[in-house]
Write a protein that binds this ligand. Sequence first.
Ligand SMILES: Cc1cc2nc3c(=O)[nH]c(=O)nc-3n(C[C@H](O)[C@H](O)[C@H](O)COP(=O)(O)OP(=O)(O)OC[C@H]3O[C@@H](n4cnc5c(N)ncnc54)[C@H](O)[C@@H]3O)c2cc1C
Length: 441
Amino acid sequence: MTSAPGTSADVVVIGAGFAGLAAARDLRDAGRSVLVLEGRDRLGGRTWRRPFASTNQPIEMGGTWVAPQYQPWVAEEMRRYGLRLAEHALMPSRFVWRFDGAITPGFPLSGQELYELERALYRIIEAAHRIDVERPRDLQALADLDVSVEQFLRAEPMSRRTYEFLSAFGSLGSGAASDEWSALTALSLIAASDRSAYAWFAAVVDKLEGGTQSLLDALVEDGDPVLETSARVTHVRQDEGAVTVTCEDGRTYSAGAAIVTAPVNVWRDIAFDPPLSDAKAALARDGHPNRMGKVWALVEGVPEDAMGFGPGNDLLFVAPQYRVGDAVLIVGFSSPPCLLDVTDGAAVGEAVRAYFPGARVAAVDAHDWVADPFARGGWLTYRPGQATRLMSAVQEPDTRVCFAGADIANGWIGWIDGALESGRRAAGQALSIANQNHGGS
Ligand SMILES: Cc1cc2nc3c(=O)[nH]c(=O)nc-3n(C[C@H](O)[C@H](O)[C@H](O)COP(=O)(O)OP(=O)(O)OC[C@H]3O[C@@H](n4cnc5c(N)ncnc54)[C@H](O)[C@@H]3O)c2cc1C
């Protein structure tokens, strides 16, 4: 469905990722009219399922893996729409570790380093137990944990290798260097993984059958929102009676309330009148540091059962995902401080050969989320100090304008589950505003 410019709706939702579509569905369930404005010419936001290069193999350029055993909002949508987890096409079962510039036989830490690892994991798990993932972090006494990952790890003496091992696992979850992001984000995700540091990495390995598209399709079909694509919102103005939203091409829409689901890193591109409240303005100004590069490569000459991992490598992690003819389609991640240009096929080939020296890379496919004007980065990982200063305030509406998105979730901050959680919370907020507009109906 489309709608004529100037049309009024009870609520206008900005952004058609999981947060926006879940909010739209809930509002329609509550009997409200909803208009969704999406800047891109496609839905899904930071998830994007499409075929790999010139093959028929669908791949996910962005968000992919779910863990319904730990992710209540994903689990609820799966139940509602009868969605299932996909069979694993390939499931790597062993690591190729590359440490200090060389492939190491066996686990890369040994001797004293293993004691250090044990002590660090104890501290990490103990700290994760202090976090209530259902409440904003500024409402809990957690300021001592809201320091950089580097500062948190270095609080105990630790060898360089143990530090690099732990910090690299962190960077795989954050797309940021250890001095850029808060240990509280990592600890929150560990808390959300039932307080298991290993589960945060090892349990989030499942994909939905049909990929993220299956949940996207279900939300669109069920919510049946009035939807405008290629509708990039540039202005959000509110007065006593309504919110007026203007798109880049001049189209203007009005509603009783709005929900902004655009990623935090693009808030600064939207002119809010009146301006964003203080906490949101601060988050918009400083943004988040996630610059994760995700790349797919069609490779011959690699084992189907091994994943590569190692600090200091241009690809921090690589894992086989699908068999395509005689080749293997692998996914790789690159994170600061060793950030690779994932669109540079030759560089990606070199980085794959660091783990699998015989690899022959036939084709590479990636999307640059940092250069993408509708994302300007990966998923949110808080900078030190942000969550314990701002978190509850950024979740609150600015009068008639509500905010949602994985970036400002409580539980799986930055993940699909968090997008669903916060979209549904914002729908509730917008519903209260709409009810007031209708004199409490
Ligand atoms: C490389 C990568 C890998 C990831 N891996 C995983 C994973 O394995 N598992 C997982 O759970 N999560 C993963 N994530 C995170 C997950 O994809 C996101 O957290 C989630 O999809 C965010 O949903 P959202 O609705 O909050 O935001 P988005 O999906 O970003 O949706 C916001 C929407 O707003 C639109 N928009 C922005 N500005 C405007 C504007 N001015 N006007 C109109 N529309 C606008 C955007 O185009 C977008 O469609 C990954 C993300 C990336 C980038």
